[in-house]
Design a protein around this ligand. Structure first.
Ligand SMILES: Cc1ncc(COP(=O)(O)O)c(C=O)c1O
Length: 408
């Protein structure tokens, strides 16, 4: 079906929750995708940071085909081949940077970033409650601190955690028990703990805020969050849905760039390379708060998603992809900084934003770039965000930069 027919049907029968670009993508390979008319695009958004190995990586296609031919889904009532190994792998990756302090991490598998965060939110509340003097009584220690400008998902609880009033307003009332503090403001965080530390059960932070425009946290702020949560007998949760799975280069997780270990980590996006998977990992003494029946998912950690994630997490180290992210990410940052009208370039690895002056209309630039064979993404009126596949090369960045110079 061609683009126009597809558009007509989708406009009529699909809920209008996204403003879609006028193109239907039907095929992909590596950094490129093609529309139904045969036009090629270099993809600098990668399904919103999902296609970590690029489009249709042969290893991922093979892993999926093999799994599809054997078993697609059986549910969490049963053991699933390769899932224990995947969870062990996640535990090892979390411990990678500080093997001498290695801890045992346990994972819950879900299907999306929002669900990974839902699990973290439920777990942190349950953990506080089960540690209370009377675990059967209502628990006072249930406030979760989040950061202004954050994004944690679109479900009601994750929307409540997403401290962006414009996104929340029309859906009130939202679940309560969330309080937002300004990012990187150590004094404000300290003040919050001084005022209500005994009520705080956890702090939820994106080490690099993604949706709001790629804003990394400072080392000082994350260290302080670690210290204050420890002192208040609360847990530190990192939302690594966007900045995790080698997106920031060198290490598997964004937080490993800051030398601060959390207690709970939510991840999703790149872990399945395009197959839906979310995961919430927690230190074992925390995760053991869950008992059978207290959390679950029909599809979470199903055979197909497990096969995909095992393939992604083994291919990235084998193919030197982490090093590629670091090298090409730095190159991308330099090239973006040289563009006309750029005021600031932010981010780590292949998670970058370019902030332009007010003469640049970023959404209009994204549309114009389609005609030049580029898939781009605007996260503000003057801000572009770049989340290409982790296999992006310097030559790809050169093409991007040359076309952007023309467009600007
Ligand atoms: C940091 C972060 N957390 C959570 C989410 C929600 O993930 P999903 O759309 O898979 O539910 C996103 C999505 O962009 C995200 O960037």
């Amino acid at each position: 079906m061609g683009y126009l027919e597809e558009k007509k049907l989708e406009d009529e029968y699909i809920m209008h929750t996204f403003g879609r670009k006028p193109v239907q993508l039907v095929r992909g390979s590596g950094m490129s995708v093609w529309d139904d008319a045969g036009n090629e695009y270099l993809d600098f958004i990668a399904g919103i940071g999902v296609n970590s190995l690029g489009h249709c990586h042969p290893a991922l296609v093979q892993a999926l085909q093999e799994q599809e031919n054997r078993l697609i889904h059986v549910s969490n009532y049963y053991y699933i081949e390769g899932r224990g190994h995947l969870a062990q792998r996640i535990s090892d990756l979390i411990n990678l940077k500080e093997p001498e302090d290695a801890e045992h991490w346990q994972t819950f598998f879900a299907n999306s970033g929002a669900e990974a965060n839902e699990c973290a939110i439920k777990l942190v509340r349950l953990y506080a409650r089960k540690r209370a003097a009377d675990p059967t009584a209502p628990c006072d220690k249930r406030v979760i601190v989040t950061l202004q400008r954050s994004f944690h998902g679109r479900t009601l609880a994750t929307l409540a955690a997403t401290a962006q009033p414009v996104k929340q307003e029309v859906f009130q009332p939202l679940p309560d028990g969330f309080i937002a503090t300004p990012p990187n403001d150590v004094a404000a965080l300290q003040q919050l703990f001084d005022q209500m530390g005994s009520k705080i059960c956890g702090v939820l932070i994106e080490p690099v805020q993604g949706e709001s425009g790629v804003y990394p946290c400072t080392q000082e702020f994350l260290s302080q969050a670690r210290l204050l949560t420890e002192q208040a007998d609360a847990l530190l949760m990192f939302d690594e849905v966007q900045c995790g799975i080698y997106r920031c280069g060198t290490y598997p997780f964004g937080f490993q760039h800051f030398d601060v270990m959390p207690d709970i980590i939510a991840m999703a996006k790149g872990i399945g390379g395009g197959v839906p998977m979310g995961a919430c990992a927690a230190r074992a003494h925390v995760s053991q708060a869950f008992e059978p029946g207290e959390h679950g998912s029909t599809f979470g950690g199903s055979n197909l998603a497990v096969a995909a994630a095992n393939c992604v997490l083994s291919t990235i180290p084998q193919d030197g992809i982490a090093e590629n992210v670091t090298r090409v990410g730095a190159y991308l940052a330099d090239k973006l900084a040289e563009l006309p009208h750029v005021k600031e370039v932010r981010g780590l690895g292949l998670m970058r934003a370019a902030e332009f002056d007010e003469s640049v209309d970023a959404p209009a630039l994204v549309l114009a770039a389609l005609d030049e064979g580029l898939l781009l993404n605007a996260v503000g009126p003057h801000t572009l965000r770049f989340l290409p596949p982790l296999i992006c090369t310097q030559e790809d960045v050169d093409v991007l930069a040359a076309r952007l110079v023309e467009l600007l």
